[in-house]
Design a protein around this ligand. Structure first.
Ligand SMILES: [Zn+2]
Length: 228
């Protein structure tokens, strides 16, 4: 039986818990799922692919996510899952559709075409949302309490108010920087964004594994690359 297409959206959160508190959030989630399904349907039509049955499934990326909805129905919980339950959900969804819409060969071709068509979203956040770069909150956010204002202490980040220590709190700051500005950063840009004064400290952060540099001296750029 061919696997069904699933439109999967990841919800990630910097805070420890992502809580869906209101019914409005649930309706918003439905709308987004419908939009993704419509986009996939449109993409398939443009690429001259036969119509397929498209089921929707949201994977809550954070294992700490808590779903609290006022009027959750069965359909809602059928539409949401967690990463560790994703594997059994795929064949389960397949059983809803005993018809063979697409052959495995066709499915592989479509999968390859979708992967090939994937390209970074070249969105200018500042123009699109009428936000000025000065409005961006700089600094490193505490992974424990989500407040900004962590200080660098000997290869670790520390937030005095809550006492939390973190080795990699700056990684989230880089992940925020990436879509806002560009995947490249200089030592100076990094100092301004992380609110650090020491060029050497920033140099050590930017030379951590996974960072690729090019250029020389003050013209050195570092490419922000993330595992996920
Ligand atoms: Zn904290």
């Amino acid at each position: 039986m061919p696997e069904p297409f699933t439109s999967i959206e990841k919800f990630t959160s910097f805070s420890a818990k992502w809580i869906m508190k209101t019914d409005t959030s649930r309706i918003h989630l439905y709308r987004r799922m419908d939009r993704f399904r419509d986009q996939l349907q449109h993409w398939l039509a443009v690429n001259k692919t036969e119509p397929a049955s498209i089921e929707k499934l949201v994977v809550m990326a954070s294992p700490h996510a808590v779903l609290q909805t006022q009027q959750a129905d069965d359909d809602f919980f059928k539409s949401v899952t967690f990463p560790d339950r994703l594997s059994p959900r795929i064949p389960e969804i397949g059983r809803w559709h005993p018809e063979h819409f697409l052959s495995r060969k066709k499915l592989r071709t479509i999968t390859r075409n979708i992967c090939n068509a994937d390209e970074p979203l070249g969105l200018n956040v500042f123009q699109t949302y009428h936000v000025h770069p000065n409005q961006i909150i700089c600094g490193v956010q505490c992974p424990s309490c989500s407040k900004f204002g962590m200080h660098r202490l000997k290869a670790r980040w520390h937030r005095h108010a809550c006492g939390h220590l973190s080795k990699g709190a700056h990684v989230q700051a880089f992940k925020d920087y990436h879509p806002l500005f560009r995947p490249l950063i200089t030592n100076r840009g990094c100092r301004e964004f992380l609110l650090l004064e020491s060029r050497n400290v920033v140099c050590r952060i930017l030379k951590s594994p996974g960072m690729h540099s090019f250029g020389q001296g003050k013209g050195t750029f570092y490419r922000l690359v993330f595992d996920e």
